[in-house]
Design a protein around this ligand. Structure first.
Ligand code: SF4
Length: 322
């Protein structure tokens, strides 16, 4: 039975769910989907996503989907810090191989715009500009769904990933898209984890897995580089919540010069609070977008720091994956 609006507003207690991977009868071993996680407990994913999309569409009247909680009426033309309108725009939809290895290849659908302003953003303008791309409607929407269907049925992809920018700011559109996907296709939610109990409630049980960022290990770096307040408490809460709902991969992009201030405390926090989640330490930093605003981010990531970061992760007992 679908959750009520009241229950959608409640926050579930964080907790870790033991997961293991299932064999898909039609497609061999499926490394993505966890037994006991996701929509399998609630019936059709399409039905659940469709119901949630309808609820989300009404919440556009007073948006509280990200931790800015600006409450603007997006249907009336008001815009919050994310600058997003009522309809999600997509700037990229293609097969990619740069994500965690057991998710790949992924069919990545990227929504425009973001609620954060990370100067090192690797997609740059499209992630900062909610007006980039287009709203897939009519023939364009059918063509997108057809491409996804062919990629899945032909075995060209192992999963579909919804990302951005930040897809949380486009919850209604993202859920509408999920409602139209083949039920067997594992769907991964890639997020900056800067959401709220309201957005978490809409996402709960819809996805087969989350890939969520833990970008910073302290609030000062987050404020300076991504212009966001209370980063750690917000993201820590959401990661703990997500770990109790689905397969969670926590992703950390190692920033040059941030080994001690960001990675070490992030690793220590995960070791204490999320010892069972998989941790994807990304060491391929490239100084794109506005990285040059920060002296330490003007050069690519260093091998010595990557090696030290890996050592820190291993010593902390993290489940490092690639
Ligand atoms: S998603 Fe955008 S409109 Fe909604 S609370 Fe966040 S900044 Fe405001």
């Amino acid at each position: 039975m679908e959750a009520t609006l009241l229950s959608l507003s409640s926050v579930q207690e964080p907790g870790l769910r033991e997961g293991f991977y299932v064999a898909s009868p039609s497609r061999g071993r499926n490394p993505i989907r966890c037994v006991g996680a996701g929509h399998s407990e609630t019936g059709s994913r399409a039905g659940l996503a469709s119901q949630r999309a309808a609820i989300a569409a009404k919440q556009l009247r007073q948006c509280h989907w990200c931790a800015h909680r600006c409450g603007v009426d997006r249907l009336a033309g008001q815009r919050g810090p994310c600058h997003a309108g009522p309809e999600g725009r997509i700037f990229s939809a293609q097969i990619e191989v740069g994500d965690e290895s057991d998710l790949c290849p992924v069919f990545a659908v990227a929504f425009s715009g973001c609620d954060l302003r990370c100067d090192f953003c690797n997609t740059g303008r499209q992630s900062w500009d909610a007006s980039a791309g287009s709203v897939p409607e009519g023939i364009e929407r059918e063509a997108l769904l057809s491409r996804i269907g062919r990629a899945w049925e032909s075995g060209a992809v192992r999963s579909l990933m919804i990302l951005g920018g930040e897809p949380t700011i486009h919850l209604a559109s993202a859920l509408e898209l999920v409602a139209a996907l083949p039920d067997g296709l594992p769907v991964v939610w890639k997020t900056n984890a800067h959401g709220t109990p309201e957005s978490n409630a809409l996402l709960d049980g819809v996805f087969d897995g989350w890939v969520a960022d833990l970008k910073f290990g302290n609030d000062d770096c987050a404020r300076r580089i991504a212009r966001v307040e209370n980063y750690c408490s917000t993201v820590h809460h959401n990661l703990r919540w997500a770990a109790g709902q689905t397969r969670l991969i926590v992703r950390h992009l190692l920033l040059p010069g941030h080994l001690e201030c960001c990675w070490r405390p992030a690793a220590a926090w995960m070791a204490e609070h999320l010892p069972q989640v998989e941790v994807s330490l990304r060491t391929g930093f490239w100084p794109g977008w506005f990285s040059s605003r920060h002296p330490e981010l003007k050069a690519p990531g260093r091998l010595s720091e990557a090696q030290e970061a890996t050592r820190i992760g291993i010593e902390a007992g993290l489940r490092l994956i690639q």
